[in-house]
Structure formats: structure tokens, C-alpha cells
Design a protein around this ligand. Structure first.
Ligand SMILES: [Zn+2]
Length: 438
């Protein structure tokens, strides 16, 4: 089988055939969180989606390097640290750890490298210095700004012309800025974490952090730069402008943006009180949430509600139970299979090659579950189970059973039923229920 992965590239606004820069290897950078709070379910979307991107690329045989940064120096961190009476590094460490725990709890693997901005400050200072020397940046009493007028293609990632761009930025109060779109790459300040620099004490701008970590961690242009669609402008546009200026390339070959997730038709916000934190979902809800996310194409906005999560809870629990009990039944009968339904497999790969069409994959999972419900043939059941065992890791949906240990409970349950010892049978049934088989 020969597969051709197609991806939607925000930069060209079109579906393109995916051809990595280096044969057999994919480099991917996804903008990570500012660690000052627990992540909400909207932050969970890229955590799940880009994990699936990596898993699928690996399934296609690529070697993948996935980098996702941690912003651990920021005004929001300084403010929150003051509020709660912690040092900034204590606060950012706390939420960095919490973030990693939630990534894993959502069924995602940690990215290969998670660089922290504070570990790259010297490199950022050097980078900014070169931008100034090359005429792409200038100093004002408040810090250093990037000169966007010097980059011809500025605005091409977010597809905005110069006029629209000028309206897109908030009015800033630095009278020394040459152009409204010029963005801060160094802010002079002595408040909170700050560093010595040739321009005074201060700290780097967020857009520069990502540009520099890309520059430091990868050798030239990368294949995929990802993140939420809200990062397209100004963040990604500005990251790209710096790479064009200093590295003479547009940072990434493919720009992939996931759409947003709203709660009850509204943007999640503290003031509306509708923020749903990932940590507040229980273990099964987190798995159901993963399924919910993947049941929507990544470029399609999600209207989240408790009712929608409940729906996917039912789907997930039914799926998990069916797989679990079938595993026990097959084990008890000594039936297994190393075959995969090849037609099904081809359909899954074709769907994923169609710009990561996970909704088709989720539909196919339910179809496969229906076939398992209907099947009376043990060998067919074993093949379906084996097909699930191939598929579920590709999308990171987990079913957690320890069949080797639990088979004894199952056998004892069956024996008690045969002996019509209903009290004993009920006790074993209860144990299997607690373990999620029934
Ligand atoms: Zn970034």
C-alpha cells in the first residue's frame, strides 16, 4: 500500500501533499502553554490533536521530533505569583508539573522536547542583537521592537493586507514605535523575573521565545508548526517574520491550526464562569473527552457541553466494556488472532491521510464495535479485537484491562454460574463490574 498524506496548510490555504524536508523524518513544533494556571479543555484540544498527528506520522513510518515549548516568564505569571504569594519559579514549576500530568491523563504522550523559555534567555538576547544589527529591530526607551515593514511577506500567514493588519493590533502607548504592527521582542522592566541585556534589564517577548527555540532546537526550517487558530495572528505571523529576517526561511513548511472549542456556545472565560478544567474531569471523562475531540475534525470548531461529554461517555464506556469482556471470553477459550481486518485498516489510513480526518476514524470504531456485537464467530471476534489493538494506539484512546490477572475472576464467575451458586456468581460479577468489564 502506498499512502499519500494530505494536509491543509494555513499558509497556502490549501490541501497539500505532505513531503517532509528531510526524507523519513518529521520535525514538529507546537506552541505550548504559559504555566500560570491549570489547563482548561480548550487547551486540551491541541494536546490531543497534535499527539495524534505524531502517532499517525509514526504509523506511516516517519521518525518524528515533536517539540512543544513552555512559557515560564510572562506578565501573567508575575501577577498570579504575587496574588498567591509564591515565587514565579515556584508557581511556574507547579503548573508545569500539573500540565505534564494532564497531558498524560488525556492519553497523550509528552512531546519529545519541552523547552522552557527561561533556559533560552541568553540565546534570545543574542538573537535580538543580530536582528538589531541587521536592521530588523530597533531600540526605544521601553525595549526593542521588530520592524515589520522590512519583511515583505508580513501578513501572508494570517492572510491580511497591510491595512487590515494595522487594525488588527491593539493600540500601544509607546510613542517611539515606528509602525503600529512593530512588536515587542524585548521589554525593559525590573518587575518580576528579569535579565541583564545590552538594552537594559528586562525580559524577551513571547513571539521571540518561540522563534529562538525553533532556531536553537532544529536545524533550519521545520516541517510542521502547529497551534490553536487563535495563535495565527499575531503570534505565528510574528514568529515567522523573525525567522524570515534572521534565518531566511519562513520557519515551517506546513502551518497547521486547530479550531477552537467553545463551552455552551460561548468562548470560555473566567468572567463568564464557564471555564472547564481538564483536572476536573474524572478518568473516564478524560478518555471520553479525547474521543469527543477526535470525533470533530481539527479544523471544525467544537461546541462543548456537559450533554455532549455525556454522550461520548456512553460511547466510550460501551466500547471499553465490549472490548474488555470479549478479551476475557477469548482468553477463557484460548482463542486469539494476529490478523487485522486489512480493508478496515486501509480505510482508517485513507481517512487519516485525508488531512487527519479523525471523525471518520471514530465512526469506523463504532462500526467495528457493532460488528463485534453481532459476531458469533470466535475467530472473527479475535480478529476484530486485534484490529482494535492496532487502531486504538494510533489515536491514543485507551482501554485499560489486566486480562491475565482478571481471567481467574471471570473463570470463577462462569463456574459459579454453571453450579447455580448465584451468591458467589454475583460476587464475581461485582468484581468484574468494578474493573469495567461489565
Ligand atoms: Zn509559539
Amino acid at each position: 500500500m502506498n499512502y499519500q498524506l494530505k494536509v491543509y496548510n494555513t499558509l497556502t490555504k490549501s490541501i497539500e501533499t505532505f513531503v517532509p524536508i528531510k526524507d523519513g523524518h518529521v520535525s514538529m513544533y507546537v506552541c505550548g502553554p504559559t504555566v500560570y494556571n491549570d489547563i482548561h479543555i480548550g487547551n486540551g484540544r491541541p494536546v490531543i490533536f497534535f499527539d495524534v498527528v505524531k502517532r499517525f506520522l509514526m504509523e506511516l513510518g516517519y521518525d518524528v521530533t515533536y517539540v512543544s515549548n513552555i512559557t515560564d516568564v510572562d506578565d501573567k505569571i508575575i501577577e498570579k505569583a504575587k496574588q498567591v504569594g509564591m515565587s514565579e519559579s515556584q508557581l511556574s514549576t507547579k503548573y508545569y508539573d500539573a500540565f505534564q500530568t494532564m497531558v498524560k491523563a488525556l492519553g497523550s504522550e509528552l512531546p519529545d522536547i519541552m523547552p522552557k523559555a527561561t533556559e533560552y534567555v541568553q540565546q534570545m538576547i543574542t538573537y535580538i542583537d543580530v536582528l538589531i544589527k541587521k536592521g530588523y529591530a530597533y531600540e526605544t526607551p521601553l525595549g526593542v521592537y521588530f520592524r515589520v515593514q522590512k519583511v515583505d511577506s508580513y501578513g501572508s500567514l494570517s492572510h491580511q493586507n497591510r491595512e487590515a493588519l494595522e487594525h488588527a493590533v491593539r493600540i500601544e502607548l509607546d510613542p517611539d514605535k515606528e509602525h503600529p504592527n512593530d512588536f515587542s521582542i524585548w521589554k525593559n522592566t525590573t518587575e518580576g523575573l528579569h535579565y541583564e541585556s545590552p538594552w537594559g534589564k528586562g525580559r524577551p517577548g513571547w513571539h521571540t521565545e518561540c522563534a529562538v527555540m525553533n532556531h536553537e532546537l532544529f536545524d533550519g526550517m521545520i516541517d510542521i508548526h502547529g497551534g490553536g487558530s487563535d495563535l495565527m495572528f499575531p503570534h505565528h505571523e510574528n514568529e515567522r517574520a523573525q525567522a524570515l529576517a534572521l534565518d531566511h526561511h519562513g520557519l515551517a513548511k506546513y502551518w497547521i491550526h486547530n479550531a477552537r472549542l467553545d463551552v455552551d456556545q460561548q468562548k470560555m472565560s473566567k468572567s463568564l464562569g464557564n471555564v472547564v478544567f481538564v483536572k476536573d474531569l474524572d478518568d473516564i471523562e478524560k478518555q471520553a473527552f479525547r474521543l469527543l475531540i477526535l470525533a470533530h475534525h481539527y479544523r471544525q470548531p467544537i461546541q462543548y457541553s456537559d450533554k455532549l461529554l455525556e454522550q461520548y461517555m456512553k460511547h466510550y464506556v460501551a466500547l471499553s466494556k465490549k472490548i474488555g469482556i470479549t478479551l476475557l471470553e477469548l482468553k477463557a477459550l484460548g482463542t486469539s488472532s494476529n490478523q487485522i481486518d486489512t480493508l478496515f485498516m486501509e480505510e482508517i489510513i485513507a481517512a487519516m491521510c485525508d488531512d487527519f480526518h479523525t471523525p471518520t476514524v471514530v465512526t469506523k470504531i463504532f462500526e467495528l464495535q457493532k460488528s463485534l456485537n453481532k459476531s458469533k464467530d470466535l475467530n472473527e471476534q479475535a480478529m476484530i479485537i486485534n484490529t482494535f489493538m492496532w487502531l486504538l494506539p494510533i489515536i491514543g484512546v485507551q482501554v485499560n484491562f489486566n486480562v491475565d490477572d482478571d481471567i481467574n475472576i471471570y473463570l470463577a464467575w462462569q463456574k459459579a454460574r454453571t453450579n447455580k451458586d448465584f451468591n458467589l456468581a454475583d460476587m464475581y460479577r461485582q468484581q468484574l463490574m468494578e474493573k469495567g468489564y461489565i
